[in-house]
Write a protein that binds this ligand. Structure first.
Ligand SMILES: Cc1cc2nc3c(=O)[nH]c(=O)nc-3n(C[C@H](O)[C@H](O)[C@H](O)COP(=O)(O)OP(=O)(O)OC[C@H]3O[C@@H](n4cnc5c(N)ncnc54)[C@H](O)[C@@H]3O)c2cc1C
Length: 320
């Protein structure tokens, strides 16, 4: 089976590495320039990343730039809630992606040639899959020095309209904001002076019900593997790549691969539909009390997987 992977960000570079290492005939394509600085906070859970990289010859600890001690959340009340870390770090994502691609066949262009399977790993652009109803927020991120040492922090805007973050990154910081309101982004970033500015949309709607089309199968943000409440997308996107890799190793029949992959994705990411419903109902002020337990359980799992030792009671006190 000849496989093309379109898009070599977190999910595509990982999948291409796994396929190449296992002897598949796989080729990667991504037109982005070598010096392109990827808009992303580069935060992930070190334990999940270590698990994912255990299928490669790379050691995640060599990519870590900063480790979280405490993680500070604040909401509309501005009151700070501090949680312990369960392994949240920032890491050199650009170097990891470059290293994953080292022994792979790939080129800096869009897909050329014909393939039995085309993997759409093109992130928010979802270039090879059908258009679906979507929900995105705009983001702007600064890379910069800060005079005062800061912890990892998330400051949520009122009514689920986005959040502002500060993530330490070695001796620098990523300071950014994502929102459905450009004014809120501008306002929250106005005290800061960037060394570098990047910006792009982030998809917050899971679209895993539209995961394939003919010989195209999607992974990563192309199918919405991004937490609707935290914007975490690196580990989830790499996990989806691993699930597709698993399905490919189990069968060389395209229909069987699609069916197997769809069921693995459904099992892994069903909480994103609950969290998306939470986000949209919170924004519309239509939260149903009968869904409270499922929202809380999904949010708890999500934050813990991102590396936050989330305690429900503390969060409710700060946000209500
Ligand atoms: C500002 C910001 C901060 C974020 N911070 C975090 C964070 O701290 N932690 C976290 O876990 N997640 C974070 N995310 C989310 C995370 O970055 C993404 O969800 C994740 O990287 C998605 O991985 P991916 O492989 O699906 O797509 P991407 O990493 O976006 O890769 C897509 C690739 O496809 C390429 N491409 C596009 N069109 C084509 C085409 N036609 N042909 C070939 N290639 C194409 C692009 O050049 C790109 O390299 C953040 C997102 C944003 C916007």
């Amino acid at each position: 089976m000849r496989i093309a992977v379109a898009g070599l960000g977190s999910s595509g570079s990982y999948l291409l590495h796994l396929l190449t290492r296992s002897g598949f005939e796989a080729f990667g394509f991504d037109p982005k320039k070598a010096c392109y600085y990827i808009p992303c906070g580069y935060a992930a859970n070190r334990h999940s990343m270590t698990d994912l990289l255990s299928w490669t010859n790379l050691d995640f600890s060599t990519y870590i730039e900063s480790e979280a001690g405490e993680i500070i959340f604040s909401g509309a009340s501005q009151r700070e809630i501090r949680f312990r870390s369960r392994g949240m770090v920032t890491f050199d994502k650009n170097k990891l992606e470059a290293d994953l691609l080292k022994d792979c066949k790939w080129s800096r262009e869009t897909v050329k040639g014909s393939y039995d399977l085309l993997v759409d790993a093109t992130g928010v652009s979802r270039r090879y899959l059908p258009k679906e109803e979507d929900y995105r927020m705009h983001t702007v991120e600064y890379l910069m020095d800060l005079e005062e040492k800061k912890e990892f922090q998330f400051r949520y805007f009122p009514r689920g309209s986005g959040y502002f973050w500060i993530f330490p990154k070695g001796n620098k910081y990523h300071v950014g904001a994502g929102s459905d309101s450009i004014a809120k982004i501008k306002d929250s970033l106005s005290p800061y002076t960037p060394e570098k500015i990047v910006s792009r949309d982030i998809r917050l709607k899971p679209i895993m019900h539209s995961i394939s089309d003919g010989s195209v199968i999607g992974i990563g943000e192309a199918i919405g593997t991004v937490s609707p409440i935290t914007g975490e997308g690196i580990v989830p996107s790499m996990k989806s790549a691993f699930l597709l890799f698993t399905a490919i190793t189990r069968s060389n029949d395209l229909s069987a691969i699609k069916e197997n992959y769809a069921s693995l994705v459904k099992k892994e990411f069903s909480r994103y539909y609950i969290l998306y419903d939470l986000l949209r109902s919170f924004q519309a002020n239509t939260i149903q009390k009968r869904r409270a337990i499922s929202y809380i359980m999904a949010a708890r799992k999500d934050l813990r997987e991102f590396g936050v030792d989330f305690k429900i009671s503390r969060m409710l006190r700060g946000f209500l």
